[in-house]
Design a protein around this ligand. Structure first.
Ligand code: SAM
Length: 214
């Protein structure tokens, strides 16, 4: 993703009711924050957030949290949220690096984690930065419920192959694997496209997906 500093992005995030400030202070207080016991689903590396906002509109009984590390990208998500009518009470954003997930979320508390079109970090020496690496799987393991779900979509075949290889050493197993999601009618049922999914599928790239039911 090409990034530009956007003037006012940090200030907009700090004053947005949709952004959670000091997220580490929310640990063990998420139920109070949402005011309900609904499941919590997070997208790690949410980009501009359209996927989560569409899901939140479809599923008002689920609490959604989007994690994005760049202010310039998160700023776009806030702008979209402000355009939405009526506002969605069940979606919030956090500006942070995903390596801090265990400091922010209660142990074994998250029902579902989405990884969509995660950055490929193509150099081998950067493999542990990939959001599907065993290092990140260990972080997800800390926060995901024992019966939680992890879903990953990408059009990047080498990244997907890497993601599959990382599962076994980390003690995970994918129950669903497809290399062409958009031609699988059963898996497409209820599929909500991300911004990157729309872009890459529109030029004919097959979309890979795995689903892990713990
Ligand atoms: N998920 C969106 C989609 O499918 O349209 C955006 C995909 S974009 C290629 C990946 C996003 O993940 C970028 O906005 C990037 O800043 C974010 N990201 C990558 N690594 C991250 C990390 N460690 N913590 C938080 N966000 C991260």
């Amino acid at each position: 993703m090409r990034l530009r500093n956007i003037k006012g992005a940090t200030e907009a995030i700090e004053s947005s009711p949709y952004c959670i400030q000091a997220p580490a202070e929310m640990k063990n207080h998420w139920r109070e924050f949402f005011g309900n016991d609904n499941p919590i689903h997070i997208e790690v590396g949410m980009g501009k957030g359209r996927f989560l906002m569409n899901l939140a509109a479809l599923h008002p009984d689920i609490n959604y949290i989007g994690i994005e590390r760049y202010t310039s990208v998160l700023f776009r998500a806030i702008q979209k949220m402000e355009e939405d009518e009526p506002p969605l009470p069940n979606v919030h954003f956090i500006c942070m690096d995903a390596d801090e997930l265990p400091e922010v979320f209660d142990e074994k508390s998250i029902d579902k984690i989405y990884l969509n079109f995660s950055d490929p970090w193509p150099k081998d020496r950067h493999a542990k930065r990939r959001l599907t690496s065993r290092q990140f799987l260990a972080r997800y393991d800390q926060i995901l419920k024992p019966d939680g779900v992890l879903e990953f979509k990408t059009d990047n075949r080498p990244l997907f192959d890497f993601a599959i290889e990382e599962l076994e050493p980390a003690g995970w197993k994918a129950q669903v694997i497809t290399y062409d999601l958009h031609n699988d009618a059963a898996l497409m049922e209820g599929n909500v496209m991300t911004e990157y999914e729309e872009k890459f599928s529109s030029v004919g790239n097959p979309i890979c997906k795995y689903i892990i039911y713990r």
